[in-house]
Design a protein around this ligand. Structure first.
Ligand SMILES: Nc1ncnc2c1ncn2[C@@H]1O[C@H](COP(=O)(O)OP(=O)(O)OP(=O)(O)O)[C@@H](O)[C@H]1O
Length: 236
């Protein structure tokens, strides 16, 4: 089980981007979508989270089909976009309360988990601040705290490390590993191939809207005769 993207075609009005994209993200695994700028990574995500209608193909998570049952599909999903989406007029605490409420989660039950995450990301003393006054990295942390508080079985994370300091990057890898150990499935995009090779279970190499390969970092490295630490050389 887990996430299954099968023969996905999609893109934008007048522009086909994705061609026959098939990707699997088994429960308990972290899968990283990689590829050069414009390869179609964010477009794939827009289809998987239901932001853009798919032209053809199937997106299914644990037997729930995105097109046939969008509400049930999205209830299982936590999505973190590349650019933080925050409300100008809400404080940090209000963002967390709102996120829990919008997913029908009991506030008291889940608040302590959110607080633990705020401590991890060193935001616990900023509960009454407006995140619009935060730095880019701090805003990204708000998105991470909100998303991880949901304990969603499927997480889709676009460029998770962008703007994060080294402590936060380390904390995020640990959180993702904890989530997958608990059975969750995580699909992310990254340009940091060598760093990701240390913790992802599989890479999916997207090239001009097509999947070139889905393989473990070790398999990909062996096939392209590079070491894991040289993974950043993959595209050259
Ligand atoms: N809103 C849009 N309307 C039309 N075309 C778009 C739109 N967004 C992206 N594209 C096109 O879709 C293709 C894939 O873009 P996409 O953003 O999915 O790439 P990406 O792999 O995420 O790139 P990056 O690594 O730069 O984030 C590109 O050719 C891009 O020009």
């Amino acid at each position: 089980m887990g996430l299954s993207i099968k023969k996905l075609y999609g893109g934008y009005a007048g522009q086909d981007v994705l061609k026959d994209v098939s990707i699997t993200v088994p429960d308990g695994q972290i899968v990283a979508l990689i590829g050069l700028n414009g390869a179609g990574k964010s477009t794939t995500f827009k289809h998987v989270i239901g932001e853009r209608p798919i032209r053809s193909g199937k997106v299914v998570f644990n037997e729930v089909d995105l097109v046939e049952n969008p509400t049930a599909f999205k209830e299982q999903l936590a999505y973190i976009p590349e650019q933080p989406i925050l409300y100008d007029e809400l404080t940090l605490a209000e963002h967390i309360h709102l996120m829990l409420a919008s997913h029908g989660l009991d506030d008291q039950e889940h608040w302590h988990q959110a607080m633990a995450l705020l401590v991890t990301f060193r935001l616990d003393n900023k509960l009454h601040w407006l995140p619009k006054h935060f730095s880019k990295g701090m805003q990204q942390k708000v998105m991470l705290v909100a998303a991880f508080s949901l304990k969603a079985p499927l997480m889709v994370i676009d460029e998770p490390f962008l703007g994060l300091d080294v402590l936060a990057q380390k904390a995020l890898v640990q959180l993702m590993e904890e989530r997958t150990k608990a059975g969750g499935a995580i699909l992310l995009t990254t340009h940091l191939l060598s760093s990701a090779a240390a913790f992802v279970d599989q890479f999916v190499w997207l090239d001009q809207g097509e999947v070139r390969e889905q393989a473990s970092p070790a398999e990909l490295a062996a096939e392209h005769q590079i070491s894991l630490v040289e993974m950043d050389e993959l595209f050259s």
